[in-house]
Ligand binder design. Structure first.
Ligand code: F6P
Length: 358
């Protein structure tokens, strides 16, 4: 029977197991075997290769409901310039291709972000392996898909955090700052901020100032509300008008990160009692919400169907209420920041949320 490999690569997120489960289901339909490669390309570097055989019995229990990836993942090292213990870099691509041969696998489903896709694509081309990519990242910054696996659940976690911060903020008349993830993009902050009723959302894509934030908080107070909720994207790097860039960078170091520093600046500017929550990896390691389960299932099924059609070097994506597939090459480096003229920024402004000066 045909054997296909599947691996997860890069940071984990909610929904990876749901992708794997769906792929195993669809492969069973074609009578194919599925081999789960452990720890991304790391499993293929090991000898013997580290893998698990995946069948319906194995994947159809609690797996879809679980966060993380049962296969393990890694973002340790580009195999074309692999960091060796002695500090040098080595091209280990042939070892990985050899690992796939050892498994008797001629097709691979790679679940990852654009960094992983670029590497897997190179490996697949050299090794003559059929590759289908599935986009995942809580950051939702892949331009080619409207939605990547993991984003919706991360937004749900950040929204729930605001739901939990609101009552304690109101009880103590405090300004609550919530720092959320996003790497370089503000998507999580923007969506969670809208959903969670934030007063201020600070994004890397829009210039903002402490004066603007303080003004918004004063207006909230003047309106008779004793608390405020502020969402800060970890991706915020600069601030206009108030501090020099160096001072801003130093401030983040001094106060322990962007959220803590902005909390300090708000307290200083408004006199309000301020508390900071840095949400961190709880945005990643939790059971996938229903949207991510549906998206992951659709992607997993579609990936196997593409292989069945003899297609390769394609990435599945979500567009206009359906799964499409595009050349992986076109998908790589289609970075999508928050659209500053887009609907969600307009929505935030329409709700009176401060999202920057202009
Ligand atoms: O890209 C996903 C992400 O969770 C980012 O939002 C965050 O900046 C980063 O990964 C955290 O990486 P690590 O898990 O290596 O700390």
């Amino acid at each position: 029977a045909k054997r296909i490999g599947i691996l997860t690569s890069g940071g984990d997120c909610a929904g990876l197991n749901a992708v794997i489960r769906a792929a195993v289901h669809r492969a069973a339909h074609y009578g194919w075997e599925v081999v789960g490669i452990e720890d991304g390309t790391q499993g293929l570097l090991a000898r013997p290769v580290r893998y698990v055989n995946l069948d319906l019995k194995g994947v159809d229990g609690a797996m879809m409901r679980q966060g993380g990836t049962i296969l393990g993942t890694t973002n340790k090292g580009d195999p074309f310039a692999y960091p060796m213990a002695d500090g040098t870099r080595k091209d280990r691509s042939q070892e990985i291709i050899g690992g796939l041969r050892e498994l008797g696998v001629d097709s691979l489903i790679g679940i990852g972000g654009d960094g992983s896709m670029a590497i897997l694509r190179k490996l697949a081309r050299i090794g003559g392996i059929k590759l289908i990519g599935i986009p995942k990242t809580i950051d939702n910054d892949l331009g080619i898909t409207e939605m990547s696996v993991g984003f919706d659940t991360a937004v749900a976690v950040a929204t729930e955090a605001l739901d939990r911060l609101q009552p304690t903020a109101a009880s103590h008349a405090r300004v609550m700052v919530l720092e959320v993830m996003g790497r370089d993009a503000g998507h999580i902050a923007l969506s969670a901020g809208i959903a969670g009723g934030a007063d201020v959302i600070l994004l890397p894509e829009l210039a903002w100032s402490v004066a603007g934030v303080a003004d918004k908080i004063r207006r909230v107070q003047a309106g008779g509300r004793n608390f405020a909720l502020v969402v800060v994207s970890e991706a915020v790097r600069t601030m206009e008008g108030v501090k020099a860039q160096q001072e801003f960078t130093d401030g983040q170091k001094r106060y322990g990160g962007i959220g803590n520093y902005i909390g300090h600046l708000i307290a200083e500017a408004t006199g309000a009692e301020t508390r900071v929550t840095v949400l961190g990896h709880v945005q990643r390691g939790c059971p996938p919400g229903h949207n991510d389960r549906v998206l992951a299932s659709a992607f997993g099924v579609a990936a196997v169907d593409l292989l069945a059609e003899g297609k390769s070097d394609r990435l599945v994506a979500w567009s206009n209420r359906r799964v499409i597939d595009i050349p992986i090459e076109d998908a790589i480096a289609t970075y999508a920041a928050v659209d500053i003229d887009g609907t969600l920024v307009k929505t935030a402004r329409g709700l009176g949320i401060y999202v920057g000066d202009r």
